[in-house]
Design a protein around this ligand. Structure first.
Ligand SMILES: [Cu+2]
Length: 138
């Protein structure tokens, strides 16, 4: 686990010097520090939450997804990225919890360029993908 995080950080640092891909002035569509964000994926409401708040880089975070309806999949995949910038692969497998939501732990690296906008893409087997963009405190 430690080694995995180090590799992610190393990639982040190595790639920090790259010319950023021209990203449209993207703004967050989710204010993750204020509570869960809800979106719709193929007709199902999917809520995404990160704890503890405020959400900070370089801290162990708990990611949670709650999809309304029957959840038969044992896991949900969370893919963390920065819009327009490659920060290394950062995937977290969220496991089903007794209450039917999905939860897992991970770390969001600090962006050397000072940008804060991250995207979490959630893949729910049988319900497709839904993504949330949010700011992470440095
Ligand atoms: Cu970055």
């Amino acid at each position: 686990m430690r080694a995995g995080i180090s590799i992610v950080l190393l990639c982040c640092l190595l790639l920090a010097a790259h010319a950023p891909v021209q990203a449209a002035t993207e703004a967050p569509d989710c204010f993750i520090d204020q509570g869960p964000c809800t979106k719709t994926a193929t007709g199902r409401q999917v809520a995404f939450e990160i704890l503890p708040r405020p959400v900070k880089a370089m801290k162990e975070l708990t990611f949670a997804v709650r999809a309304i309806g029957r959840n038969t999949a044992p896991t949900v995949l969370l893919d963390l990225s920065m819009p327009g910038m490659y920060m290394g692969r950062n995937e977290v497998i969220l496991k089903k919890t007794p209450d039917g939501s999905y939860s897992g732990k991970g770390i969001i690296p600090r962006c050397p360029s000072g940008k804060k906008l991250w995207r979490a893409e959630v893949t729910i087997p049988g319900a497709g993908k839904v993504s949330y963009t949010f700011n992470v405190n440095p």
